[in-house]
Ligand binder design. Structure first.
Ligand code: SF4
Ligand code: SF4
Length: 368
């Protein structure tokens, strides 16, 4: 049987309250309350965006999920993990202060925020996997005791995976620092000397301080954490990452980590993809990118692979071209979705059920 993916249309510039209401309606479509028991701890996973970024999901949308969990008598909390790269989200103190600055407070969300991998990203638990490239996955500690998850993912392009949405929000988003390092370990960029002008921009952005500038940029592989930031910021396309050796493995490891995060909670988790303010770069970039095309809508499913596939299909249909492939021509994001299906995370076959307002209000045939 095909997995069901529910869809609600949204318009660019739509009020946040309207988006929140639509998010709630998708919970009803998914019959969320049937998967929550009284007192269940349910984690809402989102991201607060980097300072200066304007595309990330806003507090009223997260609050909508919190309210639906409470309505089902669950105990909601909002989770995020620390980033690998140095910045405002590298440790729990700065991360929480940053969340406050972005408007994510207990008051605005209706639930507390927990940085799930602890003060410095050290709090994790090991999940034996023995799947593909991952023998053991290291997952953020606070994820262990949850009964289920609600993943709220803002769909964007991504410098390393081509697509940043549900799979990345689960697999990378709930890995501890050790887990993130394990996934990124193979990603060491190379500098194309002929193209490098020694402008120094990459060194400025490299939070690991792994780049020195001489006649051209030089990356110290011992310091590099494989974040890919230099690739994104170089104005001369002088940074490259080997597609075969590095990126495919990273994509696969993220999918494998998704299995580890969801182990035992597959039937009690929901996955939302927001095709709103879609940009070529992800929300980890500290810049105010304008959307690449008009907003499309919100998708929700109990199948993380189906919701990912349906999202990219909708973008293709609405934009008329493969936006993510065009944005990152060297990265085949399909490879990650295919692999996720191959290892049993979900299925690519889906049935799209449009529950947009206009259609929802349609008069039933018998009453016309
Ligand atoms: S940003 Fe690009 S061109 Fe400038 S130093 Fe770095 S690699 Fe070279
Ligand atoms: S060299 Fe590039 S990939 Fe490595 S840590 Fe620095 S910015 Fe990240």
């Amino acid at each position: 049987m095909k997995s069901r993916v529910y869809f609600i249309e949204t318009k660019s510039g739509e009020a946040l309250q309207s988006l929140a209401e639509k998010t709630k309606r998708l919970f009803d479509s998914l019959d969320f309350s049937s998967s929550v028991k009284k007192g269940d701890l349910v984690a809402v996973k989102t991201t607060f965006g980097e300072k200066g970024n304007i595309g990330h999901l806003k507090p009223p949308i997260v609050r909508a999920a919190v309210e639906k969990i409470k309505e089902a008598q669950g105990r909601p909390f909002v989770v995020e993990t620390n980033t690998l790269y140095m910045g405002q989200r590298t440790n729990a103190i700065d991360h929480l202060l940053h969340a406050l600055h972005q408007g994510f407070t207990t008051e605005s969300l209706g639930a507390p925020i927990i940085i799930a991998d602890g003060l410095l990203g050290e709090n994790d638990y090991a999940v034996p996997l023995n799947k593909g490239l991952t023998k053991t996955a290291y997952i953020a500690g606070a994820a262990k005791a949850t009964s289920g998850f609600v993943f709220l993912s803002h769909v964007t392009g991504h410098m390393l995976t081509g697509l940043g949405a549900t799979l990345k929000n689960i697999g990378m988003g709930l890995a501890s620092r050790g887990g993130k390092l394990a996934m990124h370990s193979g990603v060491i960029p190379q500098i194309i000397k002929d193209k490098c002008t020694a402008c120094g921009i990459c060194a400025e952005f490299c939070s690991a301080r792994a780049i020195t500038i001489k006649d051209y940029a030089i990356i110290n592989p011992k310091e590099c954490i494989g974040c890919g930031e230099c690739l994104a910021v170089c104005p001369y396309n002088a940074v490259k990452i080997s597609w075969d050796e590095n990126i495919v493995n990273l994509q696969k490891k993220i999918a494998e980590y998704c299995l580890a995060v969801l182990k035992g909670k597959e039937r009690r988790s929901l996955f939302f993809n927001f095709l709103i303010h879609v940009t070529e770069q992800c929300d980890c970039m500290d810049r105010a990118y304008q959307p690449a095309f008009e907003d499309i809508g919100i998708l929700a499913s109990r199948d993380p692979v189906a919701v990912e596939q349906a999202s990219v299909d909708l973008v293709l249909e609405h934009v008329g071209e493969d936006f993510f492939r065009k944005s990152w021509p060297g990265i085949d994001y399909h490879a990650q979705i295919d692999y996720a299906a191959e290892i049993g995370l979900g299925q690519k076959d889906y049935q799209l059920v449009d529950v947009s307002e206009e259609k929802g209000r349609r008069i039933p045939a018998g009453k016309r």
